[in-house]
Design a protein around this ligand. Structure first.
Ligand code: PSU
Ligand code: MN
Length: 303
């Protein structure tokens, strides 16, 4: 999909790719737009550490001063997480404008998947995938994450999609666009803060080797990505009643304030974080760390 992009690969990432060592891509929008300042840098560093501890090289991706950087240095990671960093949220369509204008921004799942694929990185860990928003029949708000996953061969390890989305419709779009969904030790598509969405997944892998076998077989048949859905660790799952109340409030707020487009997800997340007194931040951190670990294990199994 991205062919001639000038990518700026961190030396360590470039040599790992050259030598066939496992590499895991990490997203920057969860750090800049998904988690509060004071917490985001710590999470960003811990994600990279978990990937290393499990045998792979981390490559956190962002656009800095118009350059698509694959593998941020510690200073660059701190810059992305700094208060008032003023980074844009960049989906795939925004990469050209940001590069052309020399701007800086954090990459979403769509943009990170495409940049990872262009760099030759096959496995990417994040928190939750974007999807079809509730009310999309009127708003047409369907995340570009879904269309990009159908077009680039990146494995996205995530905890399903947030229950702020229309999960049934999201799973339907993935089916229509021929993106396989593989449950990790589950038959039930996870709902981010909750282990179960109540919607079944078609396929299941019980260990990283099984997941790797499915991923390499999928590559024999299609050029699309694959979703590896890993539920939040049981001890970190949010209380369902609290979750449902925050969701009702957050959706009402978005509606009342007329929030639209790319701002919807950050505003809803921010409501969860403040109204839960940080409980949702702990959950978010636990699930994304667990996904980074699994992504590293799968990348090792694939290499
Ligand atoms: N899920 C999260 N936290 C996030 C996002 C998703 O738990 O910060 C971000 C991801 O970067 C995802 C993006 O790609 O939101 C989707 O936004 P949109 O709906 O505007 O496509
Ligand atoms: Mn959207």
């Amino acid at each position: 999909m991205i062919t001639q992009t000038p990518l700026f690969l961190h030396d360590e990432v470039a040599s790992a790719l050259r030598d066939g060592h496992p590499v895991v891509a990490l997203e920057s929008t969860i750090l800049s737009h998904g988690l509060p300042y004071g917490r985001n840098l710590d999470v960003g560093r811990r994600l990279e550490r978990v990937v290393r501890e499990n045998g792979a090289i981390p490559a956190t991706i962002a656009v800095l001063d118009g350059r698509a950087v694959i593998g941020l240095s510690p200073e660059e990671l701190a810059r992305v997480c700094a208060p008032g960093a003023g980074l844009e949220k960049l989906s795939l369509r925004d990469l050209g404008p940001a590069a052309g204008l020399g701007r800086s921004g954090a990459t979403t799942v769509a943009a990170t998947s495409a940049l990872a694929a262009a760099a030759g990185i096959g496995v990417f860990a994040t928190g939750g995938l974007g999807g079809v928003h509730l009310g999309a029949t009127h708003s047409w708000d369907v995340s570009a994450d879904l269309g990009v996953l159908a077009q680039v061969p990146t494995v996205v390890v995530c905890s399903g999609v947030k229950s702020v989305l229309d999960i049934a419709a999201t799973l339907q779009v993935l089916e229509t666009r021929s993106v396989p969904v593989l449950g990790y030790r589950t038959d039930d598509f996870p709902a981010f803060y909750l282990r179960s969405s109540g919607h079944p997944v078609g396929w299941r892998a019980n260990d990283p080797l099984e997941a790797a076998a499915v991923i390499s077989a999928h590559r024999d048949f299609a050029d699309s990505g694959l979703l590896l859905a890993n539920p939040i660790p049981p001890e970190s799952e949010m209380d369902r009643a609290l979750h449902d109340r925050l969701l009702r409030e957050g959706l009402a707020k978005v509606d009342r304030d007329g929030v639209r487009g790319a701002d919807v997800t950050p505003v809803l997340l921010e409501h969860f974080h403040t109204a839960s007194g940080g409980v949702s931040i702990d959950a978010n951190e636990a699930l994304v760390l667990s996904n980074a670990r699994l992504a590293a294990e799968v990348a090792v199994a694939l290499s």
